[in-house]
Design a protein around this ligand. Structure first.
Ligand SMILES: NC(=O)c1ccc[n+]([C@@H]2O[C@H](COP(=O)([O-])OP(=O)(O)OC[C@H]3O[C@@H](n4cnc5c(N)ncnc54)[C@H](OP(=O)(O)O)[C@@H]3O)[C@@H](O)[C@H]2O)c1
Length: 144
């Protein structure tokens, strides 16, 4: 079977802010860096598969265009089986945080833009995801 390439593209604030009240914390900011980040997201994911949690998908109506294949993840789905549905495709894991915790071990490319945002958030980036692990204390982390 053809390999599935698993990537993440996301944007964080200066301290790792990811989300606020179901939206991007900086939503509505029309500064050039924010607009460029959104445009870049749509450019890079074009033609590929985007899988994400229901709140993330609902928060961006433009996701639902013909430009990319959308797939909503639910917590009763097995990550490995889900990725097997897309042989030979590039699959972007779109978040939110519980999704990245579940899929981090499959990700080979992280594309993270750090924006100059220093305000509040209720969803945060966890650097342990970069090592394929949900938490430094997680007992199930594979030994290396
Ligand atoms: N800055 C960025 O780049 C970025 C990117 C993405 C999201 N965000 C932000 O993050 C927030 C949304 O994230 P969220 O986590 O609140 O909601 P979410 O995107 O809906 O993701 C969490 C939901 O995914 C489902 N899920 C699917 N597979 C799962 C698994 N293996 N383990 C656990 N849950 C799983 C669960 O829903 P069920 O229990 O219903 O199955 C869970 O409640 C928004 O504020 C959004 O703007 C920011």
């Amino acid at each position: 079977m053809q390999k599935t390439i698993v990537k993440v593209i996301c944007a964080i604030g200066r301290s790792g802010q990811l989300g606020l009240h179901g939206r991007l914390p900086w939503e509505g900011d029309k500064g050039p860096a924010y607009l460029a980040d959104v445009a870049r997201f749509f450019e890079i994911t074009r033609g590929h598969v985007l899988v994400a949690g229901p709140r993330t998908i609902a928060s961006v109506p433009q996701f639902a265009s013909a430009d990319r294949e959308l797939f909503v993840l639910r917590s009763n789905m097995d990550p490995q089986e889900t990725l097997r549905r897309f042989p030979g495709r590039v699959v972007f894991i779109g978040g939110g945080p519980p999704i990245w915790s579940a899929y981090a071990r499959f990700v080979s490319h992280w594309d993270i833009t750090r924006l100059d945002y220093d305000g509040p958030a209720d969803r945060w980036f966890d650097p342990n995801w970069l090592l394929g692990s949900a938490s430094r204390n997680e007992e199930s982390r594979p030994s290396r």
